[in-house]
Ligand binder design. Structure first.
Ligand code: BGC
Length: 453
């Protein structure tokens, strides 16, 4: 038997391009800050990459919201319909997940809305509210130019959706039309919101310091509480001091602002995607792309002869075969243990991997996920510094944050390093923001009796 050669040092060296120094992270913070200001300002908004959309949400929940609401949640891996009962200090919720088949994700906007309306009607039958007229909050997690709480013009699709005839159209109207085409159910659409705002609202229901909402899931984005006076595009009632801003920071880097830290793997993920040149920061962070970044690095190292004795497998060379959940599984192994890693490699047809290979695979996963956590941290630190409040809770949801074993810790450490002294923060998992948050926004709208659509 030949001597096993340990290529780990060489692989570590190759992975250095995935490491971002604090100096680079601080440069990213400066650029993001400037882009946020551009997005908020009237003159620069049209050409800004980070759009900072108004959400028309100006009131946080006060815990007194009551009632029965329907909610829709579209924009992650699944589509869900929910019914939520808000009561005193508690809420109960029932929900059902519906698949969005691929032909609908990439079909027409009309077919998408017909599908949503059909799921909604079926859900109402099953929950014996088919005859009732209920208020509904619609969590729609794509970039929307909101013109009010019940009007939002779709700007672009992200995360693998590409329905035709929807961009430039009002999504609330699209849903209303689909419900009207059926003619069997009565719905009052009280609000359309982003999953980040739902997450913030859901967290703020119990925690009054919650002023940032973050998603690190299939996609990535953040919203925060801004002073109404800073929102130059807002033409409504200036008497309320605050407004939630949906930054849409996934698009940060679309003008090249992140090119100084992007790698060959990032460029390949982007050029193979259905939206090349768009959502550049999102492609470095989120669950839709993380596994593929790892796979591309593994392919490179295999071709260099540094991994698996230079012998890959059909699956390894197949696009998107390395799921992001594998990254979380592999990094969940205790140091020195490779149980999950071995399972993953076996699934990929790489059972000839040695223990040194497994250590290398794990290292690649760590580099990619750590870079994502650091980029998100730079973003959160930028928002914290901009808000300049002494204590802020960040409500967070999304599969990457939820299931990756070290993401939370990595973020705590890095934000603490990057944030201005005197600002303290907490990172809090926000339970089911897209559902409960939608009900809360609808409830606050009812409380304020801002008529429903
Ligand atoms: C969308 C955002 C959303 C984020 C997280 C991004 O692709 O543009 O609206 O908040 O994904 O779901």
């Amino acid at each position: 038997m030949g001597m096993a050669i340990n290529n780990l040092p060489l692989i570590r060296e190759e992975c250095e391009i995935l490491h971002m120094t604090d100096k680079q992270l601080r440069e990213i913070m400066t650029r993001l800050h400037n882009d946020l200001v551009k997005g908020l300002s009237k003159d620069t908004h049209p050409t800004a990459t980070v759009k900072c959309w108004l959400t028309y949400i100006q009131d946080l929940p006060n815990g007194k919201e009551r009632g029965k609401f329907l909610a829709l949640d579209l924009g992650g891996t699944n589509f869900r319909v929910l019914i939520i009962n808000l009561g005193e200090n508690h809420f109960d919720m029932q929900s059902k997940i519906y698949a969005i088949p691929n032909h609908i994700m990439t079909g027409t906007g009309i077919a998408l809305f017909d599908h949503i309306a059909e799921c909604l009607a079926n859900f109402m039958k099953e929950h014996n509210v088919y005859e009732e007229r209920l208020a509904l909050g619609f969590t729609f997690s794509f970039p929307l130019k909101q013109m009010g709480l019940t009007k939002g013009i779709l700007q672009r699709w992200t995360k693998g959706f590409s329905c035709s005839g929807a961009i430039g159209e009002d999504v609330v109207q699209g849903l209303k039309d689909a419900i009207a085409r059926r003619g069997d159910v009565q719905i009052d659409i009280c609000a359309i919101l982003n999953d980040t705002t739902g997450t913030l609202m859901s967290c703020a229901w119990k925690n009054h310091n919650c002023k940032i909402g973050l998603i690190v899931g299939t996609g990535s984005n953040a919203c925060y509480v801004e002073k109404t006076g800073q929102c130059e595009l807002f033409e409504g009632d200036m008497s309320k001091s605050d407004m939630l801003i949906n930054t849409e920071w996934g698009a940060f880097g679309d003008d090249g602002a992140l090119d100084f830290v992007r790698t060959e793997f990032d460029r390949e993920v982007d050029s193979n995607s259905i939206n090349p040149g768009k959502q550049i920061q999102e492609k470095m962070i989120s669950g839709m792309y993380m596994g593929e970044l790892v796979r591309l690095a593994l392919v490179k190292f295999t071709r260099m002869g540094l991994l698996f004795g230079g012998r890959g497998s059909d699956l390894l060379f197949q696009r998107n075969s390395f799921y992001t959940k594998y990254v979380s599984e592999i990094e969940s192994d205790k140091p020195g243990d490779f149980t999950s890693c071995m399972d993953v490699l076996e699934e990929l047809g790489l059972s000839h991997a040695t223990e040194a290979d497994m250590a290398a695979v794990r290292h690649v996963c760590e580099c990619v996920s750590r870079r994502a956590a650091h980029l998100v941290s730079a973003g959160i630190a930028t928002l914290l510094n901009k808000m300049n409040e002494p204590r802020v809770t960040v409500g967070i949801d999304g599969s990457v944050y939820r299931f990756h074993p070290h993401f939370h810790t990595l973020m705590c450490e890095k934000i603490a390093q990057l944030v201005q002294p005197g600002i303290s923060f907490d990172l809090m998992l926000s339970e089911d923001g897209s559902g409960r948050g939608a009900a809360l926004v609808a409830a606050v709208a009812c409380r304020e009796s801002l008529g429903c659509a």
